[in-house]
Ligand binder design. Structure first.
Ligand code: SF4
Ligand code: SF4
Length: 485
């Protein structure tokens, strides 16, 4: 497409977007749960699509042929085997071979009783142990070929191991803790490009909506504190060469509603699952790794890393805005020295759009966001819009729920925070390509005229506000839908 046609196309797109019909269509399309991005479909049962009604029956299809009884816990294979294993490896019954030779007679109760009734299960346990021994020997032979399958599966299991939260909080400096559990047999990657391709695919497979790679700049690493090492001025660890940065959205409807109807923890827990798995996977293929996850387990500032990794740009609200999730983007990262090829940053025109928009500043219940026409304040050597974090925190503590659940209004009202449907695809594709600014002006006019903004403190509970919502909360968060009170 030549430049003239391109401008024509952009102008047409901008014009089309001004139509009220388009606005209504966009609004309706946005309400459709099918347009949710990321894991947001699951809460609406969108994947449980099969209509079971025509197949409903009065009785389950299993056959009852006697008097049903309750199941004994030792009937469960894993529980029975764990109990037998514990007995063997505690040394209570002697060693493995001794327990095997002595048979069921020498077992403690209730194992003895169970295995005497089911002697084949006892024999089968030892046959399985023999197989496990063989498998370990085979693994040494074939491990190169199946290294990824092993790493992927161990990564998933990582959230089941240990105690407390996941990923495990580092207890030692990065030079020690990031290397704990690193597989000593590492294969040679074909190239850093292969490294990036693999890690991004794996990160998506663990549930991340977005994933990007960046080299780590010193200015994005916190000064004065390092997890596992304590307080002090630490230099950036040599092995923190790259960050794998990834993102998920909050569940869309609760996110749109108002601070009382949502929680940032829904995205945080997803990110923690993913991060634990990415960290474990990288260690399993032979490289050190450390997770940086919300709400506070970070050694890095994540939004600028997300910008460097090409996920999006920073908005007036201080949040990383991405084309897929808008400001509904929650971030985490894993640092490593695995050879990776960084992604390039993007210019989607978000900064220019924010210059004219200001919706987040108008809607912020705490008046914490700058109204300046363009980023005016120099913060640590960068020009950006300032956020008054302390005022913001007061809003978090003003919501109606017992546990302060944060705010997120500036994220929800942002015109970029839209789901994935055709009209937003047109806007998303047209605006960054439109040097005239017509598209963004049309989008903004639409946004301001057709969407209902309660305004500032109206989102808060009485007496300050009326607990108003920007979008309808999901019915599963409306108490009166389910309870009499
Ligand atoms: S989270 Fe709420 S209080 Fe904080 S800046 Fe955003 S809109 Fe304002
Ligand atoms: S609401 Fe408007 S000004 Fe605020 S971040 Fe979004 S686009 Fe920028």
């Amino acid at each position: 497409m030549d430049r003239r046609n391109f401008l024509k196309y952009s102008g047409l797109a901008g014009g089309a977007l001004t139509l009220a019909g388009a606005s209504t269509a966009g609004f309706m399309a946005g309400k459709n749960k099918d347009s949710h991005t990321g894991f947001g479909r699951a809460p609406y049962g969108k994947d449980q699509f099969f209509n079971r009604k025509p197949f409903l029956v009065e009785k389950p299809t299993y056959r009852v042929v006697g008097k049903p009884s309750r199941i004994q816990y030792l009937d469960h294979l894993f529980r029975r085997n764990s109990e037998l294993r514990r007995y063997i490896f505690s040394g209570a019954g002697g060693d493995f071979q001794k327990v095997r030779n002595e048979g069921t007679e020498a077992l403690p109760e209730p194992l003895k009783n169970y295995y005497e009734k089911n002697p084949s299960a006892f024999e089968e346990f030892f046959r399985a142990m023999d197989k496990a021994e063989e498998q370990r020997a085979n693994w040494e032979k074939y491990k190169d070929k199946y290294m990824l399958a092993e790493a992927w599966s161990t990564a998933h299991a990582s959230v089941l191991s240990g105690s407390g939260s996941f990923p495990q909080e580092p207890r030692e400096s990065p030079e020690i803790s990031d290397f704990e559990g690193v597989n000593s047999s590492r294969l040679k990657l074909k190239s850093p490009k292969h490294g990036s391709g693999l890690i991004k695919k794996i990160t998506h497979s663990f549930g991340a909506t977005l994933a990007g790679i960046t080299a780590i700049k010193e200015e994005w690493v916190y000064q004065g504190s390092l997890r596992g090492a304590g307080r002090g001025d630490f230099k950036v660890p040599d092995h923190w060469k790259y960050a794998v940065v990834f993102a998920v959205p909050h569940e869309w409807e609760s996110f749109y509603a108002n601070p009382t109807y949502g929680t940032s923890y829904d995205a945080y827990t997803m990110l923690r699952f993913i991060s634990s798995k990415v960290e474990t996977f990288i260690k399993e293929i032979g490289y050190p790794a450390r997770s940086h996850v919300p709400p506070t387990s970070y050694d890095l500032v994540l939004p600028p890393l997300g910008i460097d990794a090409g996920l999006g740009e920073q908005g007036r609200n201080g949040i990383l805005i991405t084309p897929e999730l808008g400001a509904n983007t929650r971030l985490a990262a894993v640092t490593t020295n695995m050879p990776l090829e960084p992604d390039k940053p993007v210019d989607l025109g978000i900064l220019r759009f924010c210059n004219k928009c200001k919706i987040c500043a108008e809607e912020c219940p705490g008046k914490a966001i700058s109204f300046e026409d363009s980023p005016g304040k120099e913060i640590r050597g960068f020009k950006r819009w300032s956020i008054d974090q302390d005022k913001c925190y007061t809003v978090w503590n003003s919501v109606a729920t017992r546990r302060p659940s944060g705010c997120r209004i500036c994220l929800a009202v942002c015109p970029y925070s839209r789901k994935n449907n055709w009209i937003h695809t047109v806007a998303r594709e047209a605006d960054p390509r439109d040097p005239t600014g017509i598209t963004s002006s049309a989008m903004l006019a639409m946004q301001k005229n057709f969407f209902n903004y309660p305004g500032g403190d109206q989102y808060l509970p009485p007496p300050e506000g009326e607990n108003k919502t920007y979008g309808n909360p999901p019915d599963w968060l409306i108490t009166e839908e389910w309870f009499d009170f």
